[in-house]
Design a protein around this ligand. Structure first.
Ligand SMILES: [Zn+2]
Length: 349
């Protein structure tokens, strides 16, 4: 497995230094599986100011379809031809059909009774209950629709990350049509197997463990690491070492997944960032694919709230970041150790 970096130097005559020569350094990194490239720029990191979202939270509360007073009245119920239950509930979480689906099987899991929680206010219990609802739904879909093998649980947290409703909710897809992510991964996994007669995911875990530059934590159930060639500002990957089907997410594995997600959210919050995208990917009946989660924070760039997504991603499909994955990993580890070693009182039922 290769972690390929190409170093680039750009030169110009700098007006702020009497037009003497100045150099800017950047790296192009290639994903060890897909070969997709990411650019890591050596720009100074500007401190992000915490966004004031109180006005958005307040105005969105005037009518919210996911608040407990109305959710049972205004959200749809699942069609009895498709799944066994009208809705799926656990703790505060409730899974209902997505009223605006992207595919034939779309659902949302409303995660909390609270209309708004800041990133650091979610507990592992909030996350594990919500994921439990999602996987019960996915299991039921698969019982009656065996071709719905591309299953994922996704999160656009807050409008900056594409969330159109403030009230915390996950979006679930179960489809017979892969997204481009699956297509790219599958052809790359197949190529890796043919070239090495080995599986990529266990090799990745082993190699990241050996290098110890981007590994956050490793247990029997889960491995957490920072992606070498990130899909966002930074990109935390949690690999579910032994899970094959969504409904195998239970017990220790589910607890570790929920605690890990909460730790990443606390780290993002500690950077004054308030938004993220998350996807938890499954591919059923395919031995090459190991289920995994990816979490990337989202920001806008001061002073004009400029979108972080410009032509490079929209039209060239190239990620730009100024954060070195190895440096992000050191900082995440310190938050991780606090949460996981001292224990989090709020996670105790
Ligand atoms: Zn609400």
């Amino acid at each position: 497995m290769e972690f390929v970096k190409v170093l680039k130097i750009s030169r110009y005559l700098d007006p702020s230094h009497n037009f003497t020569e100045t150099e800017w350094h950047s790296e192009i990194r290639y994903d060890p599986l897909t070969g997709h490239s990411t650019r890591i720029l050596d720009f100074p990191i500007r401190e992000v100011k915490k966004a004031d979202i109180s006005a958005v939270v307040e105005s969105s509360q005037k009518f919210c379809p996911f608040c407990p007073e109305v959710i049972e009245l205004v959200t749809p119920k699942f069609h009895p031809d498709l799944v066994d239950q009208e809705r799926y509930a656990k703790g505060e979480a409730l899974c209902v059909p997505n009223a605006f689906p992207y595919d034939e099987n779309g659902a949302v899991t409303v995660m909390t009774r609270s209309h708004y929680l800041g990133l650091s206010e979610f507990t592992p219990e909030n996350i594990s209950n919500a994921l439990s609802c999602c996987v019960s739904y996915l299991q039921d879909v698969y019982r009656r629709q065996k071709d719905m093998i591309y299953q994922s649980v996704n999160w656009n947290y807050m409008p900056l990350a594409g969330g159109s409703i403030i009230h915390p909710h996950l979006q679930i897809m179960a489809s017979s049509s892969p997204t481009n992510y699956y297509v790219d991964l599958l052809s790359s996994l197949d190529r890796y197997r043919q070239a090495t007669e080995r599986d990529f995911w266990p090799d990745l875990v082993q190699e990241e463990h050996r290098l110890a530059e981007r590994l956050i934590s490793r247990t029997e159930e889960m491995t957490w690491l920072v992606a070498f060639a990130p899909m966002g500002i930074f990109d935390v990957i949690g690999v579910l070492n032994h899970v094959r089907y969504p409904w195998e997410l239970a017990g220790q594995t589910l607890d570790q997944l929920a605690e890990g997600i909460v730790s990443v959210m606390r780290y993002i919050d500690s950077l004054n960032m308030s938004s993220l995208n998350m996807s938890l990917y499954f591919l059923l009946d395919n031995g090459l694919f190991t289920p995994h989660v990816r979490i990337c924070p989202r920001v806008s760039i001061p002073p004009y709230d400029t979108s972080q997504i410009n032509y490079m991603w929209m039209l060239h499909r190239e990620t730009l970041t100024i954060v070195k994955p190895e440096e992000a990993c050191v900082s995440i580890r310190s938050v991780w150790e606090n949460t996981h070693m001292t224990g989090d009182p709020s996670s105790t039922p």
